[in-house]
Design a binder for this molecule. Sequence first.
Ligand code: SF4
Length: 63
Amino acid sequence: MKLKVEKETCIGCGMCTGICPSCFAFDDDSKAEVTCPEIPADLEESAEEAKNSCPVQAIVDAE
Ligand code: SF4
C-alpha cells in the first residue's frame, strides 16, 4: 500500500499526523507528507483511518 498527500489540497489540519504519526508528518510548509514509501502492514489500518479522516480528501493512493 502506497499513499501520497496532494499538497495543493491539504489544509494542514493535523488529523493524519495525529492518527498515524509513524507515516505522516508535516513538511516545512506545514503541509502533510507521507513518510513511509510503502505503508508497513502493521500500520495499514491506521494509515487507512488517516486517509479516511482527512476532511478534504487530500490523501490518495500512490501509483
Ligand atoms: S488530514 Fe488531510 S488536510 Fe489534514 S494534515 Fe492530513 S492531509 Fe492535510
